[in-house]
Design a protein around this ligand. Structure first.
Ligand code: XMP
Length: 180
């Protein structure tokens, strides 16, 4: 285990099992319809790449980048949308994939803008982790991997100051390592 990690919450094996199940659930719901699966950069990229391989339905992939954290562990409340999907989303079924649902501001903003500005039809949301205790905006993910307590987690795409994304598991970052 990496020396900056206090505790492993979800092993690579546990993540893989849960991601496969989420892929089956999404495949069943899509029932053969084509969806555009949109990864929110950067945190969801590992989850996204495993998830799309577990979806048994035609998909197109695209990316969006919404950021609020900078190099801190607490949300500023400001969501900056830096990159939006290239794909024509008008009337399409879209599945937005994010690493973690925290206050809900990011996903809420992205879903709203995909509908209002890009004309997306049905927009579903899929997150690997759900920190329900910190919700500020009343949003629920349509697909959710694991509930997680109010602790700062890294690994499997999740970062602190862009570090630790490459860890194959998800763990709690030691408090003394939560400095820029
Ligand atoms: P909101 O508050 O908008 O936040 O739902 C979603 C984004 O916040 C980041 N986030 C975390 N990143 N460990 C991380 O590495 C965490 O524990 C954590 N909590 C929130 C993340 O970028 C997510 O997309």
């Amino acid at each position: 285990m990496h020396r900056d990690i206090a505790e492993v919450l979800f092993s690579a094996e546990a993540i893989n099992t849960r991601v496969q199940a989420l892929g089956r659930q999404i495949s069943n719901d899509l029932a053969g319809r084509e969806a555009v699966v949109v990864a929110l950069l950067k945190g969801s990229v590992l989850f996204f790449s495993d998830l799309i391989r577990s979806i048994d339905a035609p998909v197109k992939v695209d990316f969006a980048w919404a950021s609020s954290y900078g190099h801190s562990t607490s949300s500023s409340g400001q969501i900056h949308l830096k990159v939006f999907p290239e794909e024509d989303l008008k009337g399409r079924t879209v599945v937005v994939v994010d690493d973690i649902l925290d206050t809900g501001r990011t996903l809420d903003t992205v879903v709203r803008r995909l509908k209002e500005e890009h004309g997306a039809g049905e927009v579903r949301t899929c997150v690997l982790l759900d920190k329900m205790a910190r919700r500020v905006v009343p949003i629920r993910a349509d697909y959710s991997g694991f509930p997680v307590d109010d602790v700062f987690v890294v690994g499997y795409g999740l970062d602190f100051a862009d570090r630790y994304r490459n860890l194959p598991y998800i763990g709690v970052l030691k408090p003394e390592c939560q400095r820029p």
